[in-house]
Design a protein around this ligand. Structure first.
Ligand code: ADP
Ligand code: MG
Length: 425
């Protein structure tokens, strides 16, 4: 029997032994079964179930190299970052992340709640499911994790200790390259859909203003240690069901600009919108679904704003932060960064190496090219116009204007209905 005192990447059988030897979670007579269910590129996710009781847990282990290529090395220390981030987020935003039972710094694995009764949000949105509580849930998570880890609220020495703990150079480098750098020039590693290449060259690569603005944003990302970010908050990192939202996979967590997480949520809702636009055939069903996504985008911004201002009044400790108009200035800068981050995500998922299924699953080539151009147009607007994009309506208008630029008439739902906000109260 292995003793797990030296790191190695585990098989399903190893994980069963690990559970028996190292964890005190299952009954003595448990009949354990284990399956690797990960779909990612870097990590192994094992589901262990006791056949007798039905009880189950997830064990996530960080591998030393990417599963696609041994040449691509990333330190397994990211599993420490993920475990610590989940623990802290669980304290700040109870109920919105899986509970972590243990973290093992030798095997680089952690044990957490099994969320198999939830569905990955991207998959659910591609089936055109609706989650009316999502905007309310995600904004509570965002406000609590972003504001309550900032200098406005916590002791500055404590915050600096957190900055140290969550210094994450390797995963930050991935973001710096894949999000902030490669998409904005004709980089060999980009993966461009041939039908969109000319458009990208003209609109993105040949635009010197965009090069300047993305450079500024990259330096913000590297230097603005404002809040503890999730760092990769796309709809594939969200587990969801009707009455519950759980945010997983914070291995990219680090101290960065708060707007980054918000912008990623918005951009990924945008991808779902564009997917629905091109894949739902029945006009009434389509309009209804587009209206739902549009409303959700608006609600995320409006509810974030409302809850942020409220939480600010309740929680700030930093004396200077109560200066008149400071909180509005601070919130404005977060929303500006959110707009920029939405724009970067919209561009990089089209041009860069990591695509989203929302777009790649659009089979018709012409439709896919149109979908990509819509995303790029919106992305560029979110980046260049970020100083003027503040409200839910502002974010939705970028979406609608980008759609209208390429599609006319009733093929699309583009009414500018007023946006009422849904909350659970
Ligand atoms: P990676 O970091 O490799 O992307 P993720 O944390 O995103 O890994 O997990 C990969 C997949 O494993 C998820 O898409 C989901 O299907 C499954 N998974 C991850 N965590 C859990 C969990 N706590 N409960 C159930 N399934 C999970
Ligand atoms: Mg993942």
């Amino acid at each position: 029997m292995k003793d797990f005192t030296t790191y190695f990447t585990m098989t399903e059988q190893d994980v069963i032994e690990y559970v028996q030897k190292k964890l005190d979670i299952f009954e003595q007579n448990a009949e354990l079964e284990c399956r690797e269910i990960g779909d990612g590129n870097l990590n192994y996710v094992f589901r262990v179930v006791d056949q007798n009781s039905g009880q189950s847990v997830i064990i996530k282990q960080a591998g030393p190299v990417a599963r696609i290529s041994d040449a691509f090395k990333v330190s397994p220390d990211r599993n420490r970052i993920e475990s610590e981030a989940l623990k802290l987020q669980g304290e700040l935003a109870p109920g919105f992340v899986p509970k972590v039972y243990s973290y093992d710094p030798i095997m680089n694995c952690c044990v957490m709640d099994d969320l198999s009764d939830h569905e990955i949000m991207r998959t659910a949105l591609l089936k055109h499911k609706k989650f009316p509580l999502f905007a309310d849930h995600i904004t509570t998570f965002l406000v609590n994790t972003l504001l309550l880890t900032s200098d406005a609220v916590i002791d500055h020495k404590e915050k600096k200790a957190l900055v140290q703990k969550f210094t994450n150079p390797e995963l930050c480098e991935i973001t710096e390259d894949l999000v902030y750098t490669e998409p904005f020039y004709d980089c060999e590693q980009n993966d461009v859909f041939p039908e969109t290449r000319e458009f990208i060259r003209e609109e993105i690569w040949n635009d010197s203003k965009l090069a300047l603005e993305t450079a500024k944003l990259k330096f913000d990302f590297m230097t603005k240690a404002q809040s503890l970010l999730h760092g990769d908050l796309h709809t594939g990192s969200i587990f969801i069901k009707e009455d519950s939202t759980k945010i997983i996979d914070p291995e990219f967590a680090f101290y960065g600009p708060a707007g980054f997480d918000i912008g990623n949520v918005i951009a990924n809702l945008f991808f779902a919108y564009v997917n629905a636009s091109f894949t739902i055939e029945d006009q009434e069903t389509k309009e209804d679904y587009l209206q739902y996504i549009q409303q959700t985008i608006s609600d995320v911004i409006e509810l974030f704003t409302k809850k942020f201002l409220h939480a600010w009044d309740e929680n700030i400790k930093e004396r200077t932060a109560s200066a008149p108009s400071f909180k509005e200035w601070y919130l404005n800068s977060i929303l500006e960064d959110a707009s920029a981050a939405a724009g970067l995500e919209l561009c990089r998922r089209i041009i860069g190496i990591a695509h989203v299924k929302d777009i790649t699953s659009i089979e018709n080539k012409e439709s896919r090219a149109l979908a990509e151009k819509i995303c790029l147009t919106a992305g560029k607007t979110f980046i260049l116009e970020r100083a003027n994009i503040r409200t839910g309506d502002d974010f939705v208008n970028v979406l609608l204007q980008s759609v209208r630029k390429f599609i006319e008439g009733e093929k699309f739902y583009d009414s500018s209905k007023s946006h009422s906000i849904r909350t659970t109260g």
